[in-house]
Design a protein around this ligand. Structure first.
Ligand code: BEZ
Length: 211
């Protein structure tokens, strides 16, 4: 059955461009982003992996480790990484999983047969330090993902984990956040010393607490 939010992210061992990796060991106590792409040496995928590499410091700052996966073999990944580095002006600094036998793709339901019988779609999973799935997105092969949006979601998830707040539509880091419904307004006033703006009893804002 397909994975859903809150499910345990299945562990696996896989061959990667950084040697054999055990997912849980690789992630340690941090966060993870596992994402699939349809195929090596394709244009949209080249830009996606380049962008992910360019955002390496942003992921590291947030204690997030990244892994990419496709059904291509390791030698193909290695050749393609050189092209990504050259064309996207970056250095790919995260492992690419080679999944020719589809172990990882099957565990994470990354092959959608009505889209392509063989290639992985653009699936992306954010995995929390508790190894639970926090976000699932799936894009078609023809649309490159927005990796700044992935960072934005990680910021939101980390705020929720640390401070019992949620983030409103189109929220950007630095803007006010929302007090979660589970916290009463009385408790919120004690918990958030920067102030609580009550628009409705169920709609309460507070400045981003970790700034
Ligand atoms: C691409 O990465 O450019 C791509 C891959 C498969 C289908 C269409 C585009």
């Amino acid at each position: 059955m397909a994975l859903r939010l809150g499910d345990v992210a299945p562990n696996f061992k896989a061959q990667t461009t950084s040697g054999e990796i055990d997912l849980y060991e690789y992630l340690g106590n941090g966060w993870g982003v596992l994402f699939s792409h349809p195929a090596d040496y394709t244009p949209v995928c080249t830009t996606e992996l380049g962008k992910t590499a360019l955002l390496g410091e942003e992921f590291a700052k947030r204690n997030v480790k990244v892994l990419a996966v496709s059904v291509d073999p390791i030698d193909k990944h290695e050749g393609w990484v050189k092209d990504i580095n050259e064309t996207q002006n970056t250095t790919v600094n995260f492992p690419l999983i080679a999944d020719p036998d589809r172990t990882v793709s099957t565990l994470y339901d990354m092959i959608h047969p009505n889209a392509s019988a063989t290639a992985t779609v653009r699936s992306l999973f954010i995995i929390g330090p508790d190894k639970l799935v926090k976000l699932i997105i799936t894009y078609p092969a023809s649309t490159g993902r927005n990796f700044l949006e992935v960072i934005r979601v990680i910021d939101s998830l980390q705020l929720t984990a640390g401070y019992s707040v949620a983030t409103p539509a189109d929220w950007k880091a630095g803007e006010d956040v929302i007090v979660v419904p589970a916290v009463s307004t009385e408790d919120a006033i004690k918990k958030f010393p920067k102030g609580v703006k009550v628009v409705k009893p169920y709609l309460r804002y507070t400045p981003q607490p970790n700034l």
